[in-house]
Unconditional design. Structure first.
Length: 264
């Protein structure tokens, strides 16, 4: 079957297989993938952006500190939800690679169980990339490629935060130029989608406006932004989970361990 063929990677690593598995995951399980990306990713992101924009625009000196404090708390919640989405979509991708279908609840359960270590991993990656890009552009790009599957490895193998870095370095070695090409392709694709929706918003007069110092966001703008962010979040997370699966099959051979055992 097609799904099984994608699971059996063989001796080579193919970007086409990565993208095929990613789009296959999204197409075969849209409720778990797009639904989770929408509910726990796009909606909180839209609410957070709206709160920050409107609150800071109308805040006076006495309330600015309170607004900032609430904003920090909201950002922490947003980060928790983002890592939940990441862990959940890794589960969905692994299930698809094995010819199975992970339920909405099973994906959420995986995301919840891995949220804390994923936050620690994300913070370390951000700090490392910041240092790399501060030195020169090239070291930052190299680290980004080297750590590109650290999060999926952490979720799938429950190896621990620091072990996930080493696992990602091992899996990406020998394929980093192709991974770089995949990242560029993903950025171009997401830019095209963003640009198309941006043109629709501008021509339709749906862009945010400022009235009496307050940012006004139309319901249509919020809806289209949520759709855009849902696509971005789902596609980005699933492609990197698919990349991990392909690299693992390429380096270690196809996996036969049941999902119930992996996430027991």
């Amino acid at each position: 079957m097609a799904t099984q063929a994608m699971a059996d990677e063989g001796p080579s690593f193919s970007i086409g297989t990565v993208l095929g598995r990613a789009f296959g995951t999204l197409g075969s399980n849209p409720v778990a993938t797009f639904g989770i990306a929408f509910l726990f990713g796009a909606v909180p992101q839209a609410l957070y952006s709206y709160f920050i924009g409107s609150s800071l625009a109308v805040a006076d000196r006495g309330s600015t500190i309170a607004v900032i404090a609430v904003s920090i708390a909201a950002f922490i919640v947003f980060m928790l939800l983002s890592t939940l989405v990441q862990g959940a979509l890794v589960r969905a991708t692994l299930a698809h690679a094995k010819g199975e279908k992970a339920s909405f609840g099973a994906c959420i359960g995986t995301g919840l169980s891995m949220a804390v270590p994923l936050i620690g991993l994300t913070l370390l990656i951000v700090l490392g990339l910041f240092a790399g890009f501060m030195l020169l552009l090239v070291p930052g790009i190299m680290l980004f490629i080297m750590w590109s599957v650290a999060a999926p490895a952490l979720v799938a193998e429950e190896s621990g935060v620091f072990a996930a870095f080493g696992r990602s370095r091992y899996l990406t070695k020998g394929a980093r130029w192709r991974i770089f090409g995949l990242e560029i392709l993903m950025m171009i694709l997401l830019w095209l989608v963003s640009g198309l929706l941006g043109v629709l918003m501008i021509t339709g007069g749906m862009m945010p406006t400022v009235t009496n110092g307050a940012v006004q966001l139309s319901p249509t703008y919020l809806a289209l932004s949520a759709v855009t962010n849902t696509i971005f979040i789902a596609l980005w997370s699933v492609v990197h989970a698919s990349l991990y699966t392909s690299l693992r099959n390429w380096k270690d051979g196809p996996q036969s361990q049941d999902l119930a055992d992996i996430f027991a």
